[in-house]
Design a binder for this molecule. Structure first.
Ligand SMILES: NC(=O)C1=CN([C@@H]2O[C@H](COP(=O)(O)OP(=O)(O)OC[C@H]3O[C@@H](n4cnc5c(N)ncnc54)[C@H](O)[C@@H]3O)[C@@H](O)[C@H]2O)[C@@H](O)CC1
Ligand SMILES: Nc1ncnc2c1ncn2[C@@H]1O[C@H](COP(=O)(O)OP(=O)(O)O)[C@@H](O)[C@H]1O
Length: 280
């Protein structure tokens, strides 16, 4: 039976900046960008990762999309990365603590190879959207890589979940639990209620949200929130639970007519409230 998500479940593990810390103590997250016409999803995720406290966040952009990304980024950094080999070389830097891939990434051969390179690294991962769908045709091989990796969070919506786990049906909690066991990753099955399941059998149900979150790019923000928390050292299951709650709380604080860009301000208010009155 699932626990109901609330800050008391994960507050102890939640990253708090130390008085004498510097930005590298707060982790460095990378976010893969899609091509020149598909860059927004990565930037939404990157901004969210920075907002929840990652010390540095860099968008890794195909060279052809650098100008587009550069014209939109300020605190988030930017680096051109042409192919999987270049990405693997960047990931060799042990100061990189998490990578986020999938939002508006696309399905090119290069995008697929980049995700494969991430799966061969030791850093924590959030895989969302296209980084999930691209494995629908060869899901067993994907699960085997995820199982060896051991530090990934998958964030499918129902459509993406069905592509990866077409044989699973029944109640959402049972499906998420089964998917986590099969994939060896933490599975965050998004929806009006979001289920977070770990490969070891922990399961949490999040009811703290708002239907106003059903808007383009909202899931990209969630991927960034979870990745930003993992970049700071939070374990994948705790980060997924905390991320889903914060995302829901930010949505509630924004209220009617929110669009995904608004969640940045909502997250700031959510974090301020959490730090002002921490759960007991
Ligand atoms: N600003 C941006 O750059 C944005 C980029 N996005 C990117 O656009 C690409 C397509 O993403 P989509 O999710 O639209 O498309 P997908 O084609 O991957 O999935 C949508 C399909 O799944 C079905 N579906 C079933 N249950 C669903 C559920 N609970 N929630 C959503 N869909 C459900 C829908 O009916 C639809 O046919 C991805 O790369 C995504 O990251 C989107 O995230 C929107 C914002
Ligand atoms: N009716 C709803 N009530 C609460 N939250 C919702 C509802 N519909 C969607 N959400 C949340 O909004 C986000 C949508 O993510 P996703 O479908 O990946 O969108 P996108 O691909 O556009 O970013 C998820 O976090 C999901 O849980």
């Amino acid at each position: 039976m699932a626990a109901i998500n609330s800050p008391s479940l994960w507050w102890k593990a939640f990253p708090k900046p130390s008085d004498d810390g510097h930005k590298y103590d707060r982790g460095h997250a990378l976010v893969l960008s899609g091509g020149a016409a598909q860059t927004g999803g990565a930037r939404l995720a990157a901004q969210a990762a920075l907002r929840v406290g990652a010390g540095l966040v860099t968008v890794m952009s195909p060279p052809s999309a650098v100008i587009v990304n550069a014209s939109h980024l300020t605190a988030v950094m930017l680096r051109a990365v042409a192919d999987a080999d270049e990405l693997a070389a960047v990931m060799d830097d042990q100061r990189i603590t998490c990578a986020i891939a999938g939002p508006a990434l696309g399905f090119s051969k290069t995008a697929r190879a980049k995700v494969d390179a991430l799966l061969r690294c030791r850093q924590k991962l959030v895989l969302d959207a296209d980084a999930l769908t691209m494995h629908a045709e060869a899901s067993d091989a994907f699960f085997s890589k995820l199982g060896s990796h051991g530090l990934a969070v998958l964030t499918p919506h129902e459509g993406e979940f069905k592509r990866l786990f077409p044989d699973l049906d029944g109640p959402r909690e049972a499906r998420a639990a089964h998917a986590a066991k099969r994939s060896g990753a933490v599975v965050t099955l998004k929806g009006a209620e979001t289920i977070v399941a770990s490969p070891k059998g922990s399961i949490v149900r999040n009811e703290h949200a708002t239907p106003w979150l059903a808007t383009a790019g909202s899931g990209d923000v969630l991927a960034g929130v979870i990745g930003g928390l993992m970049a700071q050292g939070m374990e994948p299951f705790d980060a997924a639970c905390a991320g889903v709650w914060l995302h829901g709380d930010a949505g509630r604080r924004c209220g009617p007519a929110l669009i995904s860009e608004d969640l940045d301000a909502g997250l700031r208010r959510s974090l301020a409230a959490l730090f002002e009155t921490p759960p007991t």
